[in-house]
Design a protein around this ligand. Structure first.
Ligand code: R5P
Length: 314
């Protein structure tokens, strides 16, 4: 119905795109990028896409603004090249934390990103573990929202969970942790975290639940500076937890995050490869799981007009 499948990658995470293509059994198509002396970017689609079902993979990662502009120009180029249907595959969505107007005179930048992606030419979006699921509502085109929860739980299930307790690292994570709790059959506790300003510093203030003597598993959607996770781990250990490990989908790991994790009381941090984790950030405490097959299956189902939701029925 939508013509042959064509998968392209921006420059953000070609390794993930290659692995997705391996799952799909299709070669990664070529996208040429030229950056001119004036820093303007030109993207050229180096294959015929007329009438094709096209997917372009570009998570948000450093350099963030450059990656967003590259994605927008690629979408526009694909539309101009007469692709039949274009799906923006955005494993980590840009500006996801700017999803509300919680200070005066600021932009809800996640909605702006949605507007830009649609205007540039996307017919659909495929993403994973949005900071807030409501971000889907910023789009007027279909959004398929994948989750890494199954992969993270499957990993945890290979550990001894007999004394484990899940912990939401802030109240925004409660629903998500509830889903982990249903899959793993574990009780949960909640940390009430406060941000004091816009400087990325977070402080746990209250604990709902009892972690005394427990092996705590912190759950979060992303790790940026690592402040939330490391402060939460210290807080839980102070409240008597026997051990603390963490799971999070998106390892942004900016600034001194890796050093913080290394020096913290966290035993293990399990993340996925929605964004690249360069060798300099790969330490033994951080375990990276691949979500390539989940995206590959999502793309396969979209291409064949099969249910994406059914991937997560169990
Ligand atoms: C915040 O609401 C998110 O769920 C994460 O806790 C946050 O983005 C982590 O940021 P950082 O690692 O900088 O504390």
């Amino acid at each position: 119905m939508f013509g042959n499948l064509k998968v392209f990658s921006g420059s953000a995470h070609p390794e993930l795109a290659e692995s997705i293509c391996k799952y799909l059994g299709t070669p990664l198509c070529k996208l040429g990028r030229t950056t001119f002396a004036n820093e303007n970017v030109m993207i050229q689609i180096q294959e015929n896409v007329r009438g094709r079902d096209v997917f372009v993979i570009q998570p948000s990662c450093s350099p963030v603004s450059d990656g967003i502009v590259e994605l927008l120009i690629a979408l526009d180029a694909l539309r101009s090249a007469s692709a039949n249907r274009i799906t923006a595959v955005i494993p980590y969505f840009p500006y996801g934390r700017s999803d509300k107007k919680d200070q005066p005179r600021i932009s809800i930048a996640a909605r702006l990103m949605a507007d830009l992606i649609q205007t540039a030419g996307a017919d659909r979006v495929l993403t994973m573990d949005l900071h807030a699921p409501q971000i889907q509502g910023f789009f007027r085109i279909p959004v398929d929202h994948l989750t890494a929860r199954g992969a993270l739980c499957a990993y945890l299930e290979r550990r001894d969970l007999s004394n484990a307790l899940l912990v939401a690292s802030d109240v925004g994570e409660v629903k998500d942790v509830g889903a982990f709790s249903r899959i793993l059959g574990l009780q949960m506790a909640i940390i009430d975290k406060r941000r004091m300003g816009n400087d990325d510093k977070a402080k746990p203030t209250h604990l709902v639940g009892d972690v005394e003597g427990k092996d705590a598993i912190l759950v979060d959607d992303e790790i940026a500076t690592g402040g939330t996770l490391v402060e939460a781990a210290t807080f839980l250990l102070q409240h008597g937890a026997r051990s603390v490990r963490a799971v999070a989908t998106h390892p942004i790991l900016c600034g001194a995050a890796v050093e913080r994790i290394q020096q913290s009381g966290l035993e293990e941090v399990v993340v996925t490869n929605t964004v690249p984790v360069p060798p300099s950030k790969q330490i033994s405490k951080i375990k990276v799981l691949s979500v390539a097959d989940i995206f590959g299956e999502g793309i396969r189902r979209i291409h064949h007009s099969e249910s994406v939701g059914a991937m997560f029925d169990n």
